[in-house]
Each structure stands twice: as structure tokens, then as C-alpha cells.
Design a protein around this ligand. Structure first.
Ligand SMILES: Nc1nc2c(ncn2[C@@H]2O[C@H](COP(=O)(O)OP(=O)(O)OP(=O)(O)O)[C@@H](O)[C@H]2O)c(=O)[nH]1
Ligand SMILES: [Mg+2]
Length: 391
């Protein structure tokens, strides 16, 4: 039979832990397909939470306790707890669960059903149909919670997950094993652990789904979540998104392209100094383009297409192809200029009737030309120069 362990991190939860464990015991009686256990991870709470747990262990055989000598934050507690549950207690699945009665244990069978259906990671969600946040929360807390989560949706451009910050979760061993190594960074020791873990699991394409639940405010004990939580979470998300966007090939391509254009303009002055006569202007122009092409080729090979980096023996032919596709781009831009001027019939300068403004169609066709040229280049680099490696 598969084993699921409900991990409860505790810090000064003496007044809550007994009720929480007993409520879990009631649910466990109804679960037949999974062997259920509870693991309390206590950071040597000064209020003696661990003593209460030790006492409970005398009558409850499913209850395990791990005591950490130091307070290491929520992330630290979960890392040590998950390591213990998966590697010492033989868990196939763990739950993240709060000690303060905020998470309804009656929902556990629904989480298990989602796992049985083939999901890897299940989130208890306050923001899908059937879920809720406490009505007595003040406006600013509700606002922060709802808008914060929506903001994350937009930032990640992912609307499949509605509750990013929930602390009620079921996580399969496979997910833990693939994400764990990246979670030892100090920035994940606190509450940022939650968003970091979820983001990494999402990027590794694990199957993630949500189960609605109604979040209940804690009645006994103090909240441990501090004001730095929001700042740290935002910082993490911003950093990770900027990194992800810079890793996108099109973005790298655009940056290298812009750098190439700047190279062309700057080196033009240099080449003109060397070739200063009227006649050799064409040569200077050509040389500045070619300088940009060389810079573009090197940067593309080292950065934009570094996963398809060319072998030394491939470079001469590939560089020739690269030059041809760049020439193709210039040809496209020229054709578009001719097309807009002659076929569509735009005169070089015309007056926009409503605004009574003089429009230089040269700029319009240049912009269209540059865009089409860029599309062509991106296509050509991908298909002719840095072809996808066949497996
Ligand atoms: N072991 C351990 N547990 C912690 C630590 N910080 C928080 N916890 C536990 O993590 C759970 C969630 O903490 P809470 O303070 O309730 O945080 P929250 O639910 O996000 O915030 P509230 O809604 O204000 O309760 C509780 O069971 C805490 O006792 C820690 O540093 N170490
Ligand atoms: Mg709480």
C-alpha cells in the first residue's frame, strides 16, 4: 500500500497541535487506499510543543516527531521534514499542512483522489470555485491576497494555477526528488520556499492541479509570517522571470540584432576614416555591415544558439550561409521599399488629411522592412545556420 505523510511544521503551536492531530485521526479512519501518517517538524519551540506531541505519540501510532535544534524557518522545516518522510519513513507522498487549524483535514481524500487520477502535485486553493478566504479579513488583507495572486498569474503568464501561495499541498516523491537539490539556497529558508518549490515543479512540467478549500483564520497562537515575506516573494519572482525572459531565444535574438545595428553605425565612422574618398564610401558602408554580421554571427553562436553551437569544421560554410541570409534580409527590405512606393502607390511623402500632418512613407516602409527582415533572419538562422540537432 502507498504511504502518505502529513507534514506539520510547528513553532509555538502548543495550543493547536492536539486538536489538529486529532482532526487528522478522524479523517484517516475513512481512508482505505493509502497508509496515512503524521510527521510533526518542531524547531525546539520554547512553549514545549514537542512535549505535547511526545505525549500524543503514546496513544497515536501514526504520529511521528522530528525535532530540529535550531529554528530554521518554514522552508528549512519542510526540507528537513520531507527528507525524513521520503528517505527514512518511506513516504510516496507528503502533505504540507499547518498546525493552526487553517486547513480543513476533511479535504485530504480529495487530494488523494487527484493523485490517484495521475496528478503529481495538488494545491489546496482558496481562489477556485468552492474555496474561500475568511470573511472577517480586513480589506487590505483580502486585497493583498487576491490581487497578489492575480499579479503572479500575469507575471508568470500562467493562469492554470490560481493559488500560488497556499500552504496546503500534496507532493509526490518524484516532484520532491527533482526539485529538492535546487531548494537549499538561503533565500528559500522562509516562506519563499512555497512559491519557489511550486515554480520549479511547474517548470519541470509536473502535473499540477487544485482542490478548493475554505481557509479558516487561526484562533490560538501567533502568526509567524512576517512583512519581509511579500518583499522576498516579489524579489524572487521578478528575478526568476527576468532570467526566464532573457533565456528565450527570440529575446536573445532581438538583443543581438540591436547590438549588431549599433555595431554597424559605430564602425561606419571608423571605416569612413580609412576610406574617405567619395568613391570608397560604398566600401566603408559594406565593411560596416560586414563587421556587424561578424559580431552577430559570433554572439549568436555563443549565446542565442549556444545549445546548437557549431563545430569548428562547420563554421566556414555556416558563416557563408549566415551572410547569405543577412543579404536575403537586406533584399527583402529593399523589395518592401519598392513595393510600398510603386505597387501600393504610396508617394514618398504624403499628408494625413485628419491631422494635416506630413508623413514620410520612407519611415513606414523601413519599419515594415526591418520587421519582415527580422522574421526572415530568425527563420533562416533556425533552419539553415543553427539547425535543430536530431536525436
Ligand atoms: N518548524 C517551524 N515551523 C514554522 C516556522 N514558521 C512557521 N511555522 C509553522 O508553519 C505553519 C504556518 O505558519 P503560520 O504562522 O500559521 O503562517 P500562515 O498560516 O501563513 O499565516 P496566518 O494566516 O497568519 O496563520 C504553522 O504550523 C507554523 O507553526 C518555523 O520557522 N519552523
Ligand atoms: Mg496559519
Amino acid at each position: 500500500m502507498q504511504k502518505a505523510i502529513v507534514i506539520i511544521p510547528t513553532y509555538n503551536e502548543k495550543g493547536n497541535i492536539t486538536k489538529t492531530v486529532e482532526a487528522l485521526a478522524d479523517v484517516f479512519k475513512t481512508i482505505k487506499k493509502w497508509q496515512m501518517k503524521v510527521l510533526v517538524v518542531d524547531d525546539s519551540s520554547p512553549d514545549g510543543t514537542s512535549l505535547v506531541v511526545k505525549d500524543l505519540q503514546k496513544k497515536l501510532s501514526f504520529l511521528e516527531l522530528l525535532v530540529n535544534k535550531k529554528k530554521s524557518g518554514l522552508g528549512g522545516a519542510y526540507l528537513s521534514g520531507m527528507n525524513y518522510a521520503f528517505n527514512k519513513l518511506g513516504a510516496d507522498l507528503v502533505f504540507e499542512f499547518d498546525a493552526d487549524l487553517s486547513h480543513d483535514p476533511q479535504k485530504i481524500p480529495q487530494f488523494l483522489a487527484k493523485i490517484d487520477q495521475g496528478n503529481d502535485f495538488v494545491l489546496g486553493s482558496r481562489y477556485i470555485k468552492g474555496g474561500s478566504i475568511p470573511e472577517n479579513w480586513g480589506f487590505h488583507r483580502k486585497f493583498l491576497s487576491v490581487v497578489g495572486n492575480l499579479f503572479i498569474n500575469f507575471l508568470m503568464l500562467d493562469f492554470s494555477i490560481r493559488d500560488w501561495t497556499t500552504g496546503y499541498r500534496a507532493i509526490k516523491k518524484e516532484v520532491y526528488e527533482s526539485v529538492e537539490k535546487e531548494m537549499h539556497d538561503g533565500m528559500f529558508s522562509g516562506y519563499t520556499f512555497q512559491i519557489g518549490f511550486l515554480h520549479k515543479a511547474l517548470r519541470k512540467k509536473f502535473k499540477i492541479t487544485e482542490v478548493p478549500f475554505q481557509f479558516v483564520d487561526r484562533v490560538i497562537g501567533k502568526s509567524k509570517i512576517g512583512p519581509e515575506y511579500i518583499k522576498n516573494t516579489l524579489l524572487y519572482l521578478m528575478r526568476v522571470r527576468i532570467k526566464e525572459i532573457l533565456e528565450m531565444r527570440v529575446v536573445k535574438f532581438a538583443i543581438v540584432g540591436a547590438f549588431g545595428a549599433a555595431t554597424q553605425l559605430l564602425t561606419l565612422y571608423f571605416w569612413r576614416m580609412l576610406f574617405s574618398s567619395e568613391k570608397s564610401f560604398v566600401i566603408a558602408n559594406f565593411l560596416s555591415i560586414e563587421t556587424a554580421v561578424v559580431a552577430n554571427f559570433i554572439l549568436s553562436n555563443m549565446w542565442t544558439f549556444k545549445d546548437r553551437k557549431l563545430k569548428t569544421s562547420q563554421i566556414p560554410l555556416s558563416f557563408l550561409t549566415f551572410n547569405l541570409s543577412s543579404a536575403g534580409s537586406i533584399l527583402i527590405q529593399t523589395l518592401i521599399a519598392i513595393f510600398t512606393a510603386n505597387v501600393i502607390g504610396l508617394k514618398p511623402v504624403f499628408t494625413l488629411p485628419i491631422l494635416n500632418k506630413v508623413i514620410d512613407t520612407g519611415i513606414i516602409s523601413a519599419v515594415i522592412g526591418i520587421f519582415v527582415g527580422m522574421f526572415w533572419n530568425f527563420f533562416a538562422y533556425n533552419t539553415f545556420v543553427w539547425k535543430k540537432k536530431k536525436h
